[in-house]
Ligand binder design. Sequence first.
Ligand SMILES: NC(=O)c1ccc[n+]([C@@H]2O[C@H](COP(=O)([O-])OP(=O)(O)OC[C@H]3O[C@@H](n4cnc5c(N)ncnc54)[C@H](O)[C@@H]3O)[C@@H](O)[C@H]2O)c1
Ligand SMILES: O=C(O)C[C@H](O)C(=O)O
Length: 358
Amino acid sequence: MEANNSQVNQRIATIAAHLNPSNNSQTVGPLGLERRDCRAKGGSAGFKVAILGAAGGIGQPLAMLMKMNPLVSVLHLYDVVNTPGVTADISHMDTGAVVRGFLGQQQLEEALIGMDLVIIPAGVPRKPGMTRDDLFNINAGIVKTLCEGIAKCCPKAIVNLISNPVNSTVPIAAEVFKKAGTFDPKRLLGITMLDVVRANTFVAEVLGLEPREVDVPVVGGHAGVTILPLLSQVKPPCSFTPKEIDYLTDRIQNGGTEVVEAKAGAGSATLSMAYAAVKFADACLRGLRGDAGIVECAYVASHVTELPFFASKVRLGRSGVEEIHPLGLLNEYERVGLEKAKKELAVSIQKGVSFVNK
Ligand SMILES: NC(=O)c1ccc[n+]([C@@H]2O[C@H](COP(=O)([O-])OP(=O)(O)OC[C@H]3O[C@@H](n4cnc5c(N)ncnc54)[C@H](O)[C@@H]3O)[C@@H](O)[C@H]2O)c1
Ligand SMILES: O=C(O)C[C@H](O)C(=O)O
């Protein structure tokens, strides 16, 4: 039976009310039901994940991919702009996760309460000619504020920190958590997965292999010479000529700059970063679920070197980082690279620590 005009108008009005971006709290749904209640009925068992910076270049595709992840039951999208639109859009995807949007500082705490995993891509990206460290002045404060919220509202959450400069923002987060008395080194992970994703891609290209068959450990940090691919430890085992090693090391270390220059002022890697972030977040969630043998590279509080933070392979489990793998045997080329990486990392770490304790 076809609906008459007034029924159609009524339905349109209901849908419009449902989508009204000014109603940011998004509680009233069709049929007068609490939107969260009616949505939650279709929700799946799983983990609660918040994305901070969800309306950005990384945040949007990251939110879309996390909405597709069957391990996620609740997805909170927080940003200082545009979350009502992004939330309305993503919430129409017919996957299990219940999506809720939060806009502005006054809704940060609500966005964080009860979260199992918090992913942070909030902050400004590079433009051509800038280093990641040039982002410090803006992003340090953003990360500090967001981490204060995490310490208060979900101190047990696993934190995946994407905002640059990662080499300094992870120490900032650690200092904030230490001040709040909530620091758990197992639960704070700086995301260096994009370096691994790039390394797998570039190495596969050189070897003529399918990238998903390739596993390249990338250790150190996430900027320039601190990005140290261990080409002697590539799986499947293989060898490279000195020229190939120079080419691959340079391309992996400068992959971010390659994208920044290609985007010519329109930002840095967003799509490949969202892919890498989801790959890493999924590994964290599988670890939380209790899956065995989940090993990925991340920048964490570490005793692998004399530095307090270092990226290396870590085993993920129910409590986050359950084991930090040693670097293994390095060749001379990698030992020289390691010394350069440590020198730069020490400065970046100290800069982050001093920012919080100034
Ligand atoms: N770790 C990595 O491998 C990696 C890779 C790519 C980019 N990044 C970094 O990720 C960050 C984000 O990059 P992008 O391309 O998505 O930038 P973007 O500008 O497109 O998006 C950033 C988002 O953060 C939001 N934001 C700003 N201040 C905020 C605050 N106080 N609270 C919450 N949200 C806030 C902005 O509104 C924006 O929506 C940059 O710092 C970039 O350098 C890291
Ligand atoms: O290069 C950047 O500024 C963004 C990111 O760190 C990347 O590696 O792509």
